[in-house]
Design a protein around this ligand. Structure first.
Ligand SMILES: C[S@@+](CC[C@H](N)C(=O)[O-])C[C@H]1O[C@@H](n2cnc3c(N)ncnc32)[C@H](O)[C@@H]1O
Length: 185
């Protein structure tokens, strides 16, 4: 099955978890990654890669000695990711995003330089949303970035209460149009 069809199928199967009927556009991918200083970012964490639309772009820019930890819960997306990504810099983790700290520790890494999240936070129970945001904040070093897209401003207050500096931009060139939060500690 193509990865686009896989998206639609999994949306109907697990609406709240997948959160979208189609993969993000290249415009949104560009917006999500434009604030990351790839030259100085060694450890990058991606939450909710789906069919890997951002993963591909991250790998194009990741340092040769960089590490990318990718968290995806959905079985079918994980199978697609495993088929496509054989880059030794990538660790595909079939587990929930709230376990970032455990896995960084497991791979002998201390902190992350960037966390790039596509998680549909607005659909999550409050407790899970808070756990993931707090865990992301905890693993980031002082100058690290947390970048998150959302289709609404529903999660704004949670994001703002977790991070000290938050800037929000809007990308109409995506289906649905998206807000991008760029956050610092
Ligand atoms: C809106 S889709 C985004 C996919 C892709 N990054 C894109 O932009 O097209 C959200 C993704 O988050 C994944 N997801 C949802 N909850 C998760 C969790 N707790 N941990 C890891 N991944 C999760 C879903 O399976 C889905 O692939």
């Amino acid at each position: 099955m193509s990865s686009k069809r896989s998206f639609i199928k999994n949306f109907w199967k697990e609406k709240k978890m997948v959160g979208s009927m189609a993969p993000s556009s290249r415009f949104l991918a560009k917006k999500m990654l434009e604030s990351i200083d790839f030259q100085h970012s060694k450890v990058i964490v991606e939450l909710g890669p789906g069919n890997g639309v951002f993963t591909r772009k991250i790998l194009e820019q990741l340092r040769p000695d960089g590490v990318l930890l990718v968290f995806e819960l959905n079985d079918e997306f994980m199978a697609l990711l495993k088929k496509e990504f054989h880059d030794p810099r990538v660790h595909l983790i079939h587990d929930s995003a709230e376990k970032i700290g455990d896995y960084l520790h497991k791979f002998g890494l201390k902190q992350a330089d960037a966390v790039i999240s596509s998680l549909p936070l607005a659909n999550f129970p409050q407790e899970l949303k808070e756990r993931i945001l707090k865990e992301s904040h905890k693993v980031m070093h002082e100058k690290a970035l947390y970048v998150q897209f959302q289709y609404s401003l529903n999660a704004k207050s949670h994001i703002k209460s977790t991070f000290k500096k938050v800037s929000i931009s809007f990308t109409p060139a995506n289906f649905p149009p998206a807000f991008v939060y760029t956050c610092r500690k």
